[in-house]
Design a protein around this ligand. Structure first.
Ligand code: TPP
Ligand code: MG
Length: 866
């Protein structure tokens, strides 16, 4: 029979059942009193040497402060943060010394998401570890310095050997860490990487929880039983401007939220200095008082001094006053909070890593700017504090007993104990025991050998008379790649509840939908061939309706080459409109993280997605992706283009190891796909952004033109070529432009090179080379905003007219939409005739005639703002 606390809990649970049956409505109990979750008698012994650890921590505190002060004295306004790390130092140090497994640990490294604004503390530790030279710290926030500098925040793009994941955009760290922990479980369930007890840690701010992204996936973490995930929430009760919940309690609010979601919540509120008081609190008055005080008041206690605390906190009840009668005001003020007490923090982590079946959040009470004293401790200005005057530096030195003389302190120098000091030896010993330095980013994986070209061959032949959409082509290719003996198992298809939209249901059966628990029910469609198959080794990540979560999975899978030693190949397919514009900040984080993989924007094109209207029809995701430096964005129109782009992407990213990713739009319009033109340079053209698809065939033309078409609108350009030839005697070549972004990048690079090499033979952009010497004018038409083609206008030798889909979408069929947005074959024809007339190559009359012929009403609404 159970005894003690377990028995009490069991009895209460039984009582609850009885009470509910008899109609007694019980109060909601997701919040517990404002006391520590772990009582002193359950605390394990502290395994480290606390004195040495405290000295090391003080030195790290000093250096973290000094590097920010130095940076701002050299360059006023360069920024940086002192107070975030000051409040979190103990939370990190206990982790580094006793919990985080480093890259050389026999069971593999933990993944730690460091709070972005605490980065000076991480650099300071790396310096004390002897890993970063002083020159780097002197150049904090000066990345262009000759000796190299340090990034403001965690940025793997800028420090690829150091940082693993960017966190500084608040809310993204927590979200990404959940999907990372889930992805680790996925790899283990699919037998790709055994579960060796590696963990994901995320260090977060309490203000960060104002972001919906921060708490948006917590129910998933509980549902998926992610006991490999630990969140450490630094509850210093402050954000940038002031208190997080001045009139409430952020700890209590979050406890309720997380317990309700099924998390294990550990509150670390009071340090050991309070143990005796709580032990004597037999009537619960202290617990009650602690629970009723609001955060704004708690914040005041950290600055107002012991007399204020005695009067305002304890003074409300004579029994409380009596409890602290024998403590001086100074003692009352100095009593440490839980998050500053290594014993309490250790106990919390110790419990967290042993908790089974659910993730844990540690809610640790701290003081923002701890140790800054008058310079900012607990004050509303503290977040922005970047400079300390001499008195403040001296008192910081005294408080943390840094062995620097008064004279030395003036310049806030870095301080590192000598290599043979007790501290350095202790640091080295702990590093050895824990498996080395963190953070460390050290990709190590076996590059793949790309699938043979056979897999792609059928797409070069075209579809004959059979009609298909580029989405169908993509899905067919994906199904083939999934069967590839070498790379098939590395592929991670990710969908946010749109698989049927994209015709991917056959994959449900082929590779299964991943579920940690398998399938505990008989699916309603089990008698059909393509039933909804969930399984433990399922390959598809069916994320449900969360583009942010899906992108977080994309990042976890697309960085597995660096964090899990596996070159996983994510294909994330989604509604293109709900991509960048929904979760652009995560796309940026993916790029920074050096994520590799394919983002497939489905149902793409403002006029190609019929019926769905204004919020669904995407005509600008290419514009948005064009600003992501390491993303190659393509708008293919034909099957062989899709195949070439995917083949090349796999080779670049997974065989050659390029840190880039691909954005590909695919549409749902069905049409026949032609065979790949049998001309040299087509593959190169597809990849570089354009190639000639079909030359004009008009004898004795009246004029000549070049038509550029992209994606689904390529077919309109082809139809226009015929119209121009048959009705107007104009000979137009048709070019497929797969990527204006790539054409522009090439041209910009060439222009830059020419500017920097004035004495060398000037280079010519690829685009210019393709079109130079050709007669006539250029008309460019795509299903995206006109900016796409306008952005390359200056490198096109001929006059250019851009047709595109600027404006709000409409619920209509494709024909009406293309008429409305003026991108159909009629408009391509009209624009060509107009441009030729403008250049004096045709008579202006022909334009008026065409308007009539093509039934275009000059008074029609302007789609740009209709
Ligand atoms: C999405 C986003 N918005 C705004 C900021 C600017 N910002 C940086 S830190 C900060 C306050 C952080 O408060 P909290 O999360 O409580 O962290 P701590 O108190 O530990 O510094 C803000 C608003 C940001 N980094 N990201
Ligand atoms: Mg805070």
């Amino acid at each position: 029979m159970l005894r003690g606390p377990e028995r009490v809990a069991g009895l209460l649970r039984e009582l609850q059942v009885h009470a509910q049956r008899d109609g007694v409505s019980l109060p909601v109990t997701s919040r517990t009193p404002y006391v520590n979750t772990i009582p002193p008698e359950r605390q394990p012994d502290y395994p480290g040497d606390r004195d040495i650890e405290r000295t090391i921590k003080s030195i790290i505190r000093w250096n973290a402060m000094a590097m920010v002060v130095e940076a701002n004295s050299k360059s006023d306004g360069i920024g940086g943060h002192i107070s975030t790390y000051a409040s979190a130092a103990t939370l990190y140090e206990v982790g580094f010394n006793h919990f985080f497994r480093g890259p050389n640990h026999p069971d593999g490294a933990d993944i730690v998401y460091f709070q972005g604004h605490a980065s000076p503390g991480m650099y300071a530790r790396a310096y004390v570890e002897g890993r970063l030279p002083p020159a780097k710290l002197h150049n904090f926030r000066r990345e262009m310095a000759k000796e190299g500098g340090l990034s403001s925040y965690p940025h793997p793009w800028l420090m690829p050997d150091f940082w693993q994941y960017p966190t500084v955009s608040m809310g993204l760290g927590p979200l990404m860490s959940i999907y990372q922990a889930r992805f680790m479980q996925y790899l283990a369930d699919r037998d790709l990487r055994p579960d060796t007890g590696r963990r994901v840690w995320a260090f977060l701010g309490d203000g960060e929880f104002d972001s919906p992204e921060a708490s948006g996936a917590i129910s998933l973490a509980a549902r998926e039983c992610l006991d490999n995930l630990t969140w450490v929430l630094n509850c210093n009760l402050q954000r940038l401007d002031g208190p997080v919940r001045g009139n409430g309690s952020v700890v209590q609010e979050l406890e309720g939220l997380f317990r309700g979601a099924g998390w294990n919540v550990i509150k670390v509120l009071w340090g050991s200095d309070f143990d005796e008081l709580f032990a004597n609190d037999t009537e619960g008055v202290l617990a009650k008082r602690a629970t009723e005080v609001v955060d704004g008041e708690y914040q005041k206690y950290s600055v107002a001094g012991g007399a204020y605390i005695r009067e305002n906190f304890y003074g409300v009840d004579p029994r409380l006053s009596a409890m602290v009668a024998d403590r001086s005001d100074d003692e009352l003020w100095r009593m440490r909070l839980g998050g500053h007490d290594p014993v309490k923090v250790y106990a919390a982590y110790h419990a967290a890593v042993r908790h089974k079946g659910a993730p844990t959040i540690v809610l640790a009470r701290t003081i923002k700017g701890y140790g800054l004293g008058e310079a900012g401790e607990g004050r509303n200005i503290t977040h922005q504090q970047k400079k300390l005057n001499l008195d403040e530096l001296l008192s910081f030195r005294d408080r943390f007993r840094i062995p620097l003389s008064d004279d030395e302190v003036i310049s806030a120098p870095l301080y590192r104990p000598t290599p043979d000091s007790t501290e350095s030896r202790y640091v080295a010993e702990r590093l050895g025991a824990m498996g080395g330095h963190l953070p460390t980013r050290a990709p190590s994986y076996k590059p793949i050998s790309p699938p043979s070209t056979e897999a792609y061959e059928e797409f070069s032949a075209g579809t004959g008379a059979r009609e298909a959409s580029t989405t169908m082509v993509f899905v067919r290719l994906l199904a083939k790649l999934l069967r590839d003996p070498e790379i098939g198992r590395l592929i991670v298809p990710i969908v946010p509840d749109e698989a049927r939209t994209f015709g991917m249901e056959a994959l449900f059966r082929q590779v299964g939908i991943y579920s940690h628990v398998g399938q505990l029910y008989e699916p309603v469609d089990s008698d059909t061939l393509l039933y909804y198959k969930e399984s433990t080794d399922g390959q598809i990540l069916e994320e449900g309706i969360t583009e942010a979560g899906s992108l977080s999975s994309f990042i976890a899978a697309g960085t597995a080459y660096a964090t899990h030693g596996l070159p996983m190949i994510p294909f994330y397919i989604y509604y293109s409109m709900f991509g960048y514009q929904r979760v652009g900040d995560l796309v940026w984080a993916a790029a920074d993280s050096r994520t590799r993989g394919f983002m497939i924007g489905g149902t793409a094109g403002r006029t190609t997605l019929a019926g769905e209207g204004l919020q669904h029809q995407d005509g600008h995701s290419h514009l948005l992706f064009s600003a992501v430096p390491n993303c190659r964005a393509y708008d293919p129109g034909f099957a062989y283009e899709v195949a070439t782009l995917i083949r090349d992407g796999i080779r670049r990213m997974y065989a050659d190891g390029e840190d880039s990713f691909v954005y590909l739009t695919v549409g749902n319009e069905n049409y026949a796909h032609p065979p790949k033109p049998d001309e040299p340079g087509v593959d190169e053209g597809i990849l570089r952004g354009m190639y000639r698809f079909r030359r004009a065939a008009v004898e004795h033309p009246r004029a000549r033109a070049q038509l550029l078409g992209s994606g689904a609108i390529l077919n309109e350009a082809i139809k226009a070529q015929e119209m121009l030839a048959e009705r107007y005697g104009v000979a137009a070549d048709v070019w497929s432009v797969t990527s204006y972004t790539e054409l522009r990048r090439d041209a910009l690079d060439v222009e830059r090179w020419n500017m920097l090499h004035p004495h060398e033979e000037p280079r010519v952009p690829y685009l210019t080379r393709q079109l130079s010497g050709l007669p006539g004018i250029v008309v460019a038409a795509s299903d995206y905003v006109k900016t796409m083609s306008d952005a390359v206008a200056k490198w096109i030798p001929q006059p250019l007219i851009s047709l595109g889909t600027d404006g709000f979408g409409r619920s209509e069929d494709r024909e009406a939409l293309r008429d409305f947005f003026e991108v159909d074959a009629r408009y391509v024809t009209l624009a060509t005739l107009y441009a030729l007339a403008r250049e004096g190559e045709l008579d202006r009359e022909i334009v008026s005639e065409a308007l009539e012929d093509l039934e275009i009403d000059p008074a029609k609404a302007n789609p740009r703002l209709a």
